[in-house]
Design a protein around this ligand. Structure first.
Ligand code: GLY
Length: 583
């Protein structure tokens, strides 16, 4: 309950530590971190995700002749079983697809505000935010989009029947998985959060005790929900028994989601955000994610400099990247929101002309000051998420990021369904210029409105070289998602790193407000820190070593002349699985 008592100011102070711990779900002394694994290799296809079970499901689907879309959808359902802190049926996500014939597609299955939502729903009588209401209550839950999105994508671009793609997730839920250290530690750590909800304890504890490593973790209610989806498709989730259980959970506990909300939910096909960077094509997610727009905007600014010559990790290159981040995140707060409700000026924000104007005051010697860096003047016309990357041998590629928002979302299992509900409503701007959990600010563009999608930072991205997919990447990490994705791309393109190095290299992050650079323990050498200080970067915040982890979880796939490499982020316990070569 302490969290509920934090004032808005203390939220800002604590958010860096909290979001970096919580959004990526597990604080662990993860052995994977000490020994950075080599990338997996295959010529037949590759899946990299936060869960080895889920990656194996995807690789098996590819091996049986499914395409990358079939595999990504199967991974999405499997993650709901084997990585419940972020994989989900009760949340939302974005998928970016490049088909072998060159078509570029995105599917938006972001959660929506319930029809009864109101812009002041998290404010008290004095107009102050009621702490915790948008993160830890039934009012925090947005209308889930994942099931609609996965099934729409499968129907449109998959090749295998729904039953075949969902069955592996059903098997994992029904037969159970032997808990590894990673998951057992997560459940142990979250037990006190789940304790507030009998329905959550029924899944995530064994008679009130924490599950232990080596025990078989079965999820019969989740298996039953998945079977209904397998049998009835979207109607098995947005209607029938699943919908009845979800609405009953809401009605009994002051939540807003109704049958009408569920029946009205639709995933959306959106035109991808595209840009170019040093001869490569960047394909990423448009609003309601801010990810693609900010990524392309920052790349446009940085393309004017020679980061490769400046050198990876040099104070000069870090400074240049931080200044691009400062400007892009200032624009995020002003201009980004759900395009169905607010005229987001995407074309202008991602134009090279605008980037040149926006970066014109960049001083290579001197840090900007966020309090004086305002959102750019565009012409008037206008902690948990998870990422999986998939590529098949034919040249289909899928970048998929999915979320419940914070780790285990609202911590509430909808009674009898076996799945957790998101707390995505916190991604709206509950009050102008008051930070959300990630310290992000927002205004009118991202205010709560009935049926609106909350602004996201998820950045599933495909980089093309010529007309072929080169890199599939993305990450969890709330506000740090976009800068993590940026760094992977720069590491590959500007610094010529292997996939191992590009994913494992230390990361940093700046988001305009608060005006500070957050960085992983070994990201900056003492002399780099000294140079950055002299440039005016006064606040450098090191993620404490005791947290044992870092920024993001960028499970990525890279195609080279040799074949396809897959790398799960060594900061966590994911796995990349390649399709074995058939004799
Ligand atoms: N919930 C994190 C995001 O969508 O940005």
């Amino acid at each position: 309950m302490k969290f509920l008592m934090f004032s808005a100011t203390s939220r800002v102070l604590f958010y860096h530590v909290l979001c970096l711990v919580l959004v990526t779900s597990v604080v662990s002394n993860n052995p994977a971190r000490a020994a950075s694994p080599q990338a997996e290799f295959s010529r037949q296809g590759m899946v990299a995700s936060r869960s080895g079970w889920a990656s194996q499901v995807g690789a098996d689907i590819l091996a049986k002749g499914g395409n990358a879309v079939d595999a990504a959808v199967a991974v999405g359902f499997a993650l709901a079983v084997t990585y419940p802190s972020a994989g989900n049926l009760g949340g939302g996500g974005f998928m970016v697809i490049r088909l072998a014939d060159g078509r570029l597609i995105t599917n938006d299955h972001r959660e929506k505000a319930p029809l009864a939502a109101d812009k002041d729903m998290y404010l008290d009588a004095e107009g102050e935010i009621v702490e915790g209401l948008s993160t830890r209550s039934h009012l925090a839950v947005g209308v889930p989009g994942t099931v609609a999105g996965l099934l729409d994508v499968l129907a449109a671009y998959g090749t295998l029947p729904r039953a075949q793609v969902i069955q592996p997730a059903i098997d994992l839920a029904q037969r159970g998985i032997i808990l590894d250290r990673d998951l057992a530690q997560q459940f142990q750590r979250r037990l006190k959060d789940f304790a507030a909800y009998a329905s959550s304890m029924a899944v995530f504890s064994r008679d009130g005790q924490a599950w232990r490593q080596g025990e078989r973790f079965k999820q019969p209610d989740l298996a039953a929900t998945l079977k209904r989806i397998k049998k009835y498709g979207k109607a098995g989730f947005y209607g029938g028994k699943t919908a009845d259980l979800l609405v009953a959970e809401m009605t009994a506990n002051g939540g807003l989601i109704t049958h009408e909300d569920l029946l009205a939910y639709e995933s959306k096909w959106r035109k991808p955000v595209t840009g170019t960077y040093r001869g490569h094509t960047i394909v990423s997610m448009p609003p309601p994610s801010s990810g693609g727009v900010l990524l392309v905007q920052m790349l446009n600014m940085l393309e004017t400099l020679d980061l490769g010559t400046m050198g990876y990790g040099s104070a000069a290159s870090i400074h240049a990247m931080v200044e691009a981040q400062r400007r892009a995140y200032a624009d995020r707060a002003e201009y980004l929101g759900d395009p169905d409700f607010y005229p987001v000026p995407v074309a202008r924000l991602i134009s090279k002309t605008y980037a040149a104007q926006r970066y014109a005051d960049f001083d290579p010697q001197r840090a900007g000051v966020s309090s004086v860096v305002k959102p750019g003047k565009i012409p008037l016309e206008s902690m948990e998420t998870t990422h999986a990357s998939v590529m098949d041998a034919a040249g289909n590629a899928v970048a998929y990021t999915s979320t419940l928002n914070l780790s285990y979302g609202s911590k509430i299992v909808a009674g009898g369904t076996g799945f957790l509900l998101n707390n995505e409503m916190d991604d709206f701007s509950s009050k102008e210029n008051v930070p959300n959990f990630y310290g992000l600010l927002g205004r009118r563009a991202n205010a709560i409105e009935p049926g609106k999608r909350m602004l996201s930072s998820m950045t599933p991205t495909i980089v093309l070289k010529g007309d072929q997919p080169l890199l599939v990447t993305g990450s969890p990490g709330g506000s740090t998602i976009i800068t993590t994705t940026l760094q992977i791309i720069l590491n590959v393109i500007d610094h010529g790193m292997t996939l191992n190095d590009a994913v494992a290299s230390p990361r940093f992050h700046h988001q305009w407000q608060p005006d500070r650079i957050v960085h992983e323990t070994y990201a900056f050498s003492p002399d780099t820190r000294a140079v950055l200080h002299r440039m005016g970067h006064q606040q450098l915040f090191t993620i404490p070593a005791f947290l044992g982890r870092g920024i993001g979880d960028a499970n990525s796939v890279l195609r080279t002349k040799e074949g396809i490499f897959g790398m799960s982020d060594p900061r966590n316990a994911g796995r990349a699985v390649g399709v074995p070569v058939t004799p």
